[in-house]
Design a protein around this ligand. Structure first.
Ligand code: 13P
Ligand code: SF4
Length: 303
């Protein structure tokens, strides 16, 4: 931390000078999450907070689709991402043409799209969802069949809880898809007294084997509320680091993977971003209204 202090100090000074706000996802490193972020949260919380910001510049410490969502909700503000290569294996798994082909194959079936997608894909879907409201959104859209894209595992995990038929796409999160039921069994064997919690982007066999599953914010809330003596957070590694410094009496054990995309963002490029006002995230004018509608419908349906 002493090494980071000058960077943190300068970023916080520049934020004021540039009238900027920093939105950071729960997977950002502690130095960003605790040191410079103004608002932290899961995808849904960040989208909701993005509708309320008063500053003229938003610096998104997260991946590209999150910055696009902030831009959709704030077309007249400047949205910056410190490294535009911060992608997501889910967002890159599906194109507009893929969605149109699915629509043609299942005419009239509503399309629920995970926010981990490009703005262009959001623009050709009916409503978005995140990991924290997926079940609610699926239950609330019309009809007893739903197309849910692009995360096959979030869709399968949601299908287990809803009475509706869910048509899936073959996308997966590269961070969560590698966890297996054997991994959970090994963790149980190694740490018999520990609680194990996971993100719903994990395969169903993993979700079936853990004590709790939820969005990144739901996992944090669970740890802070339940205060287990020992816990393994089966998700991105910064989650435990960030919660550990806010929680006493909980021993955080490792069972995590690193998201290389989230980790493209660091204090150095956040400072550079603010200093040079780059890299600006833009969304084509014709895509903004329909993509924004899909996000706003989700926010409305989550109230
Ligand atoms: P959350 O909406 O739960 O924060 O998930 C976002 C994400 O990218 C998880 O991999
Ligand atoms: Fe995408 Fe997975 Fe990284 Fe989340 S953790 S940003 S879903 S690759």
């Amino acid at each position: 931390w002493p090494f980071y202090a000058p960077l943190i100090f300068e970023i916080n000074r520049l934020k004021k000078e540039k009238d900027a706000v920093i939105l950071a996802h729960n997977y950002q490193t502690p130095q960003i999450y605790h040191g410079v972020a103004d608002i932290v949260g899961d995808s849904l919380q960040l989208a909701i907070e993005a509708t309320k910001v008063t500053q003229s510049v938003i610096v998104q410490c997260g991946v590209h689709f999150m910055a696009e969502t902030s831009k959709l909700l704030n077309p007249s503000k400047t949205v910056l991402i410190p490294d535009s290569r911060a992608g997501c294996s889910l967002a890159s798994s599906i194109t507009v043409e893929d969605v149109m082909a699915m629509r043609a194959m299942y005419p009239g079936v509503p399309v629920v799209t995970y926010v981990n997608t490009s703005a262009a894909v959001k623009a050709v879907t009916d409503v978005c969802c995140t990991s924290s409201n997926a079940l609610d959104i699926v239950n609330r859209v019309d009809g007893d069949t739903v197309i849910m894209i692009p995360d096959q595992y979030l869709a399968q995990n949601t299908a287990k809880k809803t009475g509706k038929k869910i048509i899936t796409w073959a996308g997966a999160c590269e961070v969560h898809e590698t966890f297996t039921a054997d991994d959970i069994a090994e963790l149980r064997h190694a740490y018999p007294s520990a609680k194990i919690i996971a993100h719903p982007e994990c395969p169903p066999e993993v979700i079936d084997a853990v004590d709790f599953a939820g969005s990144t914010a739901a996992m944090i809330d669970w740890v802070k509320t339940e205060k287990p003596a020992r816990v393994v957070m089966v998700t991105e590694c910064s989650m435990s680091d960030n919660v550990a410094s806010e929680t006493t009496g909980v021993d955080f054990l490792r069972g995590c993977n690193i998201c290389p995309h989230m980790k493209r963002i660091n204090l150095e490029n956040v400072l550079w971003s603010l200093h040079t006002m780059t890299e600006e995230v833009t969304v084509p004018a014709d895509i903004i209204p329909p993509a924004r509608l899909a996000v706003e419908r989700m926010i409305e349906m989550s109230r």
